[in-house]
Design a protein. Sequence first.
Length: 497
Amino acid sequence: MPTTSKKNKVPFFASLQVKYALSYLVIFAVVLVLLNTYPVVASQDLLFASKRDSLKSQAAVMASALMELESLSAEQVARVMNMLDSMGLKRILVTDPAGLILYDSTKQPQEDGEPPPEGDKAPPEYRYALYQEVVSALRGSDVFYSRYGDRVFTSTAAMPIVYRGMVIGSIYILEVDQAQGELLYSLQQNLRTISLVIALVTLIMSTFFSKMLTARIAALLKAIRIVGEGEYGHRLQPVGRDEMAQLAGEFNQLTDRLQTTEEVRRRFVSDASHELKTPLASIRLLADSILQTDEMDPAMVRDFVGDIGSEAERLTRITEHLLALTRLDSLPVGTEHVVDVSQVMERTAARLQPVADAAGVTVEKNLKPGCMVLCTEDDLSQICFNLVENAIKYNYSGGKVFVAVYRDRDQILLEVGDTGVGIPEEDLPKVFNRFYRVDKARSRAAGGTGLGLSIVRDTVRRHGGWVTARPRNPEGSLFTVGFLRYVPEQGEKGAEQ
Ligand code: ADP
C-alpha cells in the first residue's frame, strides 16, 4: 500500500513550522529596529536641546557683555573676552556688522608667549567670518546648529550684538563635545549587543516552539492517516490543556465513535451472514437427504419439501428485514404526511386478526380518534405491525393483546401490551438490538428474525419519536411509542378535534 506521507509532504516555505518561526522573527526584527533607533534618536534630541539652551545662554552672556562697549574694536573686544570664561568652548568669534573678525579665541596669544597670527595680513577669507550662522546673526536672528557624527557632538550658536536696536556685530561660538558623543556611542553599542542577544534567543526559541507545535500537528496528522487506513484502535495522548490537547481529545472521541460504528457494522455483517447460513444449510441438508435416499416415502418427501419451503420463507423474511434496515440506514426519510395513528392501527389489527385467531389470542382496542402525527403511512404501519405481531407471537393461547392510541399533552402515544411470556428485566434494554432474541428457539419457531424491534426503533427515531419496552402488570410486556402530536398551523384545515 503506498504511504500517503510522501505524497502529502508540505513544501518547506508552506510548512506551518517555517511560517510560525518566520512570523516570530519578523515581529522581533521590528521590535529590535525600534529598540535600536528610538532610544538613540530620543537621547540625541535631548542632548541637542540641552546644547541649544546652554550654547544660546553662553552666547547671550557674551553678547550682553559686548553690548556695553557701544561700538566694537578688536582691542576692546579682546579685553572684554579675556575677562569672560570661555567655558570649554572650542572657538569664539566676534565680528563687526560686516562680518570682519574682531576676536577669534583660537588666535589669541598663547600662554607660552607665542605671538598671535597676523590678523591684518591674513587673506580676506581668514579675516572675515563667512559662516552661515554669522550671516544670519548679522541679519538679526539667533542661530543654533548641532550635529552628531564620529562619536562627537559639534554645536554652533550665533547671535547678533545689538546696541540701541542696531546690530553692531555678531558673536559665534563652536563647541565640540566628545564626552557626550562617547556616551551616546556606548549607548548605541550596548543596544546593539542587547539586540543581538535578543535576536539569538528569539531564533532559538521560535525554532524550538514552532518545532514543538508542529510536532504535535504532525502526530495528529499521522494519527488521522493511521485511522484512515483502518486501524481504529489508534489513540492520541493529549498533552496539556491547550487547543492542541482539545483537538487530540476530539480526535479520540471521533475515533471512539468510528470504532463503535465499525464494530456494530462488522457484528451486523457476521450476524446477518450467520442468520442466512442457517436456513441455507437446512435447505441443502433436506435437499441432499431427498436426493440421496432411494425410494423415499412420498409422505416424507412432502414433509422435507414443506420444510424446504418454510426455510425459504424464513430466508425471504430475513432478507426483507435486512433490506428494510438498510433502507432505514441509507435512504432519506420520505415525504411526511399527517397520518391518523388510530386508523393505521385499526387497519393493522384487522390485517393481523387471522394470525391472532390462529394463535387463540384476543385483540382489545382502545383507539382514540384524531391522534394525528407527521409520518409516512408505510412506516407507521410497519411499526404497528411488528409490535402487534410480536404481542401475538409471544403470547399464550387464550391470551390477550391490548392496543391503545391516545393523546398525552403534546404527544401521541401508541401502546401495545400483552399477557404473553414477558421479557426478563435484564433483556429489556437489549431487545431493540439487531438479531437479539430472548428465547431463540421460540423466536425461530414463531418465524422470527430478531430484526423486527430494531426496525421499529430505527423507524420511530427517523420520525423524531421514541420507543420503550417494559414489563406489564401483572404479566406480559408493554411497548410504548411516542410521537410529537401534529398541530395544524393557523388557517390550515386541521384535523384536530
Ligand atoms: P423476532 O423476529 O425474533 O420477533 P424482534 O426484534 O421482533 O425479533 O424481537 C426481539 C426479541 O424480543 C424476540 O425474539 C423476543 O424474544 C422478544 N420479544 C419481542 N416482543 C415481545 C413480546 N411482546 N413479548 C415477549 N417477548 C418479546
